[in-house]
Design a protein around this ligand. Structure first.
Ligand code: CUA
Length: 314
């Protein structure tokens, strides 16, 4: 892992593409940077040269020039050529990073204030942490449940707005196994900054194993505290927003079926540890102000029961 911006130890880097789609975009950026840098240098050098060469010395009027046809043709044709070159590079990068979508989505990702929902055709539902097989270009169908969000995992593909009422499609692919960080890249309200997503790319065999595991409901809780937590989950309002496979199917808030397996919670705002989960359940607004999870005024015993139960959701 290289130095540079990172999120929970996962590097975020548009300059370190890890897929053919992201590589095309990174190459376009580098080419455009070089071309524009050369133009900037040329202009800067000419300006500095002229400042010194034609500096006013005395009150004599400078020589008057009516025009220079050759020079005018040159400074018209040169920018046209440069822009045409950039246009060709851009359309080549677009067709490599964003090929037409001619098949059904491999995963549907839905932006919510402030988390990501992921639904696979197999029936798997998860949040903020998606798994993909390596070496396979996947079609992501992008939707929004409320306002405009923007899905971006820079190492794996292009960024795209998630617009309410208008689904989009983008390609995502990973050459190698690893965990890749992404974020919402469009200001979408108070907790926009905490709308992260992790993409876990794994070998097709491991991905198949993950799918098999995710499709199975979690093992029923055992132990007095965990059983108490499960009973509370059904009795309190949690069940109106959160789903747990086999128990509830609400879609307003992140699916909790395999909650204990996620590495972060709150769309990246804290690591998934029993201690942080307790803090979260005690007062979500203290950790992610403005999020739609209210403070349920839980007692310490209730918090411990919930944590014990949630730790069984594997
Ligand atoms: Cu969602 Cu910013």
């Amino acid at each position: 892992m290289s130095a540079g911006p990172s999120f929970l130890g996962v590097a975020i880097g548009p300059f370190e593409p890890r897929s053919p789609q992201a590589t095309a975009i990174a190459h376009l950026f580098e080419s455009a940077l070089l071309i524009c840098g050369a133009v900037f240098l040329l202009v800067a050098v000419l300006v500095v040269y002229c400042v010194f060469r034609f500096r006013a010395n005395g009150a004599t009027e400078p020589r008057q020039v009516a025009g220079n046809t050759r020079l005018e043709i040159a400074w018209t044709v040169a920018p046209v050529l440069v822009l045409t070159w950039l246009l060709v590079l851009t359309s080549r990068a677009m067709s490599a990073s964003d090929p037409p979508v001619d098949r059904d989505a491999d995963v549907t990702i839905i932006g919510h204030q402030w988390w990501w929902e992921a639904r696979y055709p197999s029936g798997i539902v998860t949040a903020n942490e998606i798994h993909i097989p390596t070496g396979k270009a996947l079609v992501v169908r992008l939707e929004s449940a409320d306002v405009v969000h923007d899905f971006w995992v820079p190492e794996l593909g292009r960024k795209m707005d998630a617009t309410p009422g208008r689904a989009g499609s983008l390609w995502i692919e990973a050459d190698q196994s690893g965990t890749y960080a992404g974020a919402c890249a469009e200001y979408c309200g108070l907790e926009h900054a905490w709308m992260r997503i992790l993409v876990v790319a794994e070998t097709p065999a491991n991905f198949a194993e993950w799918q098999r595991h995710e499709l199975a409901p979690p093992r029923p809780p055992s132990g007095e505290l965990a059983l108490h937590g499960a009973a509370l989950f059904g009795a309190m309002t949690c069940i109106k927003c959160h789903s747990i496979g086999g128990i509830s199917s609400a879609r307003f808030a992140p699916d909790l079926t395999h909650l204990a397996e996620r590495s972060t919670l709150g769309a990246g705002v804290f690591a998934n540890t029993p201690a942080d989960l307790s803090r979260w359940l005690t007062d979500p607004q203290a950790i992610k102000a403005g999020c739609h999870m209210p403070n349920a005024q839980l007692t310490d015993t209730q918090v411990r029961a919930f944590v014990a139960y949630f730790e069984t959701l594997r």
